[in-house]
Design a protein around this ligand. Structure first.
Ligand code: ADP
Length: 610
């Protein structure tokens, strides 16, 4: 599309240039033809005034010479050689002074009696010029002038003649001939082609030699006869120039077509008639000069036009590009705004969705919370049920035993078997102790949370534990290795509660190693950052997956009836939680279980805590 419009615009440009050329050519050519015509006119003026000047200069001279006494004396007695010589010499010197070709005097019959060229081979003396019109006119008593090719000299010349009068009678004629070649030589500098045609249209002076004696029009037979009689021009040299004239469109100028060897040449010609002499002066410049100037001017104008068009095209293209850029910018802006609006809309929708989602979440949260509460409630009830079942189980056994011991005791008492009755009562007492123990455990479990937490030295705790567990360890031949326990460490805990935790863990460890011959319980400590890990390790069977999962659940036990309540670890767990610590259990790579209690480190020197 763009290429099309480009090529279309170039076709229009080419058309405009061609049209400008077409219409401009005529006007421009006319302008240059007018210039040529003006040039011709000024050349004409110069040449005409030059010719006129020559004619005027020489014309009065013949009358003056004709009045000379010596001339008249000579014509009175042409045989007087002394007089002839005198006149000859006078004429010779005058001719040199006035730059005339020849000066001579003829008698009534036209015979030359004295001449400035008396010394030359082609001297006029003795020659008769009565055939020349200037002689005939002058002998009639009037001054005459004439142009002709010299019959003796064969040189073209202009003749001025005046009668020599004796009173009112003409006794001879004085003539001055001036050459025209010098005048023609002056024309060469003008650059134009110049010629002078006589009333018959024959060119007798020309800047181009080949045009001499050519006639502008075909000559009539009368004219030819006249020329022949006056011997004005050599008849054999006369020919037609083939000179055609056409209108040029420029005032006073014509197009003159002149035949040349191979074709013809066209000139812009101006002419002027010189009434005194009856001559027509022609000045011509080749028409090609105007054509060339026209073409050059038009070429320059076209180039300028093209340049202007190029500049215009450039400016227009720039403008178009600018407009395009602005439009593109506006489009981009529009699109951006559209996208922003879309995005805003999307965001609004997303926001709405989010708000909706948030309120849904809140609702769900509330539902979850209430579900959780319900679950907690259910969990509590479950725990209560579990606990009730365990308690009734734990209590039922001793109660059943107490009941049977009591009935047995009554039977023994009826039979008066005091000893046995007393034994059974003793058993009842043991059962009551066991139930009391269970009660104390439960009291522990239902302890008041958030009891005071203080700085407790591990050494103090270990001492208390050793005192309590010592007898059991001894009876079961178990070693307590606490060599790696740093007893100077002070942790954040409660002294007796931490003792209880440690006792629980050591008791469990001893329980786990009941099969071993030389069981060893290892208690050690490690500082981990700002915490202390208090670890109890045994060499028992370790913890299987099932046990690991329920270890800290209340009433979970793998021990037989009357051996474990399954409350030790869950109580320990709660106690350590109260300390802000943690309790974990894992299997040792080398066998046995390791229980770790993590507590906050208060100090590394026990004294500081007391
Ligand atoms: P109880 O000692 O009365 O059974 P605990 O809560 O102290 O109650 O322990 C729960 C159970 O965890 C134990 O029955 C036992 O199966 C397991 N357990 C505790 N300590 C160890 C240990 N050191 N090695 C193996 N199993 C252990």
């Amino acid at each position: 599309m763009r290429t099309f419009s480009n090529s279309a615009s170039w076709i229009i440009v080419a058309g405009v240039i061609l049209a400008a050329f077409w219409f401009g050519y005529g006007a421009t050519e006319r302008y240059y033809l007018q210039q040529l015509a003006a040039q011709n006119q000024s050349t004409l003026r110069l040449v005409a005034s030059g010719l006129q000047g020559s004619l005027l200069r020489y014309e009065p001279l013949t009358s003056l010479l004709a009045d000379k006494v010596d001339v008249k004396l000579l014509l009175s007695n042409p045989q007087n050689e002394a007089q002839v010589n005198r006149v000859n010499q006078q004429f010779r010197s005058i001719a040199q002074d006035i730059d005339a070709s020849d000066i001579y005097v003829m008698d009534l019959a036209g015979m030359t009696v004295a001449a400035s060229n008396y010394r030359d081979k082609t001297s006029f003396i003795g020659r008769n010029f009565n055939f020349r019109p200037y002689f005939r006119e002058a002998i009639q008593g009037t001054s005459a002038r004439y142009f002709a090719l010299g019959t003796t000299s064969l040189k073209r010349g202009y003749y001025f003649a005046s009668p020599v009068q004796n009173g009112t009678r003409a006794i001879g004629v004085v003539a001055i001939k001036i050459g025209v070649e010098e005048i023609e030589a002056d024309w060469q500098g003008s650059g134009a082609d110049i010629f002078v045609a006589d009333p018959d249209g024959i060119i007798f002076m020309a800047s181009r030699e080949e045009w001499l004696f050519k006639s502008l029009n075909p000559l009539s037979s009368q004219a030819l006869a006249r020329i022949k009689a006056s011997k004005r021009y050599p008849i054999d040299r006369l020919s037609d120039l083939q000179f055609d004239v056409a209108a040029s469109g420029v005032a006073d100028a014509t197009f003159a077509t002149v035949a040349v060897e191979n074709g013809s040449e066209v000139y812009l010609a101006n002419q002027r008639f010189m009434p005194d002499a009856g001559w027509t002066l022609h000045v011509m410049l080749p028409r090609t000069l105007a054509d060339n100037r026209t073409l050059t001017a038009l070429a320059v104008a076209t180039l300028v036009l093209l340049l202007l068009l190029l500049i215009l095209t450039f400016i227009l293209q720039r403008r178009a590009r600018l407009v395009r850029d602005i439009a593109a910018g506006a489009r981009a802006q529009e699109q951006l705004e559209l996208r922003v609006a879309e995005r805003t809309n999307d965001l609004n929708i997303a926001n709405e969705n989010l708000t909706k989602e948030v309120s849904e979440r809140r609702l769900a949260e509330q539902q979850l919370l209430s579900t959780q509460n319900e679950l907690i409630q259910a969990g509590k009830l479950a725990v209560l049920g579990q606990m009730s079942a365990a308690l009734s189980h734990e209590l039922n056994q001793p109660l059943t035993a107490i009941k049977s011991y009591a009935e047995n005791a009554r039977t023994y008492l009826k039979r008066n078997k005091i000893e046995q009755a007393s034994q059974n009562i003793g058993h009842i007492s043991e059962m009551a102790d066991r139930m009391a123990e269970l009660g104390s455990h439960l009291r522990n479990f239902a302890r008041k949370p958030k009891q005071a937490i203080e700085a407790v030295g591990l050494g103090t705790v270990l001492e208390g534990v050793k005192n309590i567990i010592g007898p059991r360890l001894k009876s079961e031949n178990t070693t307590l290795d606490h060599s790696n326990l740093d007893d100077r460490l002070v942790v954040s805990a409660g002294r007796y509660r931490l003792q209880q935790v440690l006792l629980n863990l050591i008791n469990n460890a001893v329980d786990a190693m009941s099969e071993l011959e030389k069981p060893v319980v290892t208690v050690f400590s490690e500082i981990r950052g700002d915490e202390v890990a208090l670890c109890v390790r045994d060499q028992g069977p370790g913890l299987n997956d099932k046990v690991s999962k329920q270890l800290f659940d209340p009433f979970f036990t793998t021990k037989g009836v009357n051996q474990g309540l399954g409350l030790g670890l869950s109580i320990s767990y709660n106690i350590v939680q109260d300390f802000g610590g943690a309790i974990t259990a894992e299997n040792h790579p080398e066998g046995g279980a390791v229980f770790t209690v993590l507590l906050k480190l208060v100090d590394q020197v026990e004294d500081a805590a007391e």
